[in-house]
Design a protein around this ligand. Structure first.
Ligand SMILES: [Zn+2]
Length: 91
């Protein structure tokens, strides 16, 4: 399966997981499927959904990286520092 094929497959899996998760709503003390909370069925579907979200992000990452610019920040750009404080690059 190529990347585009996998991306389509992963999106279908995520959509299917959303449909299943819609049937598992937390109510007072129990899940809407009747299981006690935390619902093991909902947890396994949520785990599977997260797996495909992560894999989809990996597959689609090259596209994002491909559009990333080369070089450092430009003058006047706000960039995060190692301490998490933004500062204005340049003078
Ligand atoms: Zn449930």
């Amino acid at each position: 399966m190529d990347a585009a094929g996998f991306a389509t497959y992963a999106r279908e899996q995520i959509r299917a997981a959303d449909v299943i998760l819609a049937r598992h709503r937390e109510m007072v003390g129990v899940c809407s499927c009747g299981r006690l909370l935390p619902c093991s069925a909902a947890a396994s579907v949520a785990r599977r959904r997260r797996h495909f979200v992560d894999r989809l992000a990996q597959v689609e990452a090259p596209t994002v990286l491909g559009t990333a610019r080369v070089g450092g920040p430009i003058d006047g750009e706000i960039v995060p520092t190692s301490r998490g404080q933004p500062y204005r690059y340049g003078r």
